[in-house]
Design a protein around this ligand. Sequence first.
Ligand SMILES: NC(=O)c1ccc[n+]([C@@H]2O[C@H](COP(=O)([O-])OP(=O)(O)OC[C@H]3O[C@@H](n4cnc5c(N)ncnc54)[C@H](O)[C@@H]3O)[C@@H](O)[C@H]2O)c1
Length: 261
Amino acid sequence: MLPAMNLNGTAAIVSGGASGLGEATVRDLAAAGCKVVVADLNEARGSDLAAEVGGVFARTDVSDEQSVASAVAAAEGLGAPLRVAVSCAGIGWASRTVGRDGTPHDLGAYRKVIDVNLIGTFNVMRIAAAAIARTEPADADGQRGVVINTASIAGLEGQTGQIAYSASKGGIIGMTVPAARDLAAIGVRVNTICPGIIDTPIYGAGPGSDEFKAKLIAPIVFPKRMGTAAEFAQLVRSLIENDYMNADVIRFDGGIRFQPK
Ligand SMILES: NC(=O)c1ccc[n+]([C@@H]2O[C@H](COP(=O)([O-])OP(=O)(O)OC[C@H]3O[C@@H](n4cnc5c(N)ncnc54)[C@H](O)[C@@H]3O)[C@@H](O)[C@H]2O)c1
């Protein structure tokens, strides 16, 4: 039996879709027959990818309401029902609450991380869900679509120097249940993925980065390697296609548990 949330012939929007986890998700959704809007700040990579997969690029700053509204409008204009919104846009920041020199954490940097990661995710979720609500139900349950948010295991067990990042990701985790409850009325499911250490451009490239990655891999339980963006995309697709997955926060981390440092 086909899953009710059959992606073929539907539209999707992926924030942060120009790189890493978002890019893999764009490719996977396109391969499943979705018309995908690649919503990202990175115009060069985003438009190349959109052209490659037969999608559309929308230059988007997720922290900006108008910008997200335009990207969602582009998804609604694709001539296929919008069923999926995946938030992958995110930034990191490393700074202690009080630095070794006694200086308190820069407030502007903290606000910026919250703005992009937490408010950006909320922006995509609320505006995309409002658009999904305007579609016809996809099945007898009244289901219309699915929202997938990307948090991090740092939102559960943040390390030293991750205060801003962890707060932003913890906020995404905290939104999951109330969002699923709010959006049930319009037939939208919401799930949040907490990746561990996944190999993407976020960790850089070259010898310095290889050394850094080897340190990150050490505490992973099994398999003893970084996750791949394709494995992340596979999880996104499973969560979309399985109609009974809702209001869940899923670790995707090879069993790693972060230590303080
Ligand atoms: N890679 C990992 O190990 C890992 C682990 C845990 C969580 N995550 C989270 O997964 C998400 C994707 O990470 P990635 O590793 O693919 O990173 P990445 O840097 O490869 O991709 C992030 C994308 O987001 C875009 N972006 C940044 N700010 C934006 C904004 N304001 N508006 C729109 N787009 C913006 C960037 O241009 C980039 O294309 C992030 O939220 C990150 O925090 C990643």
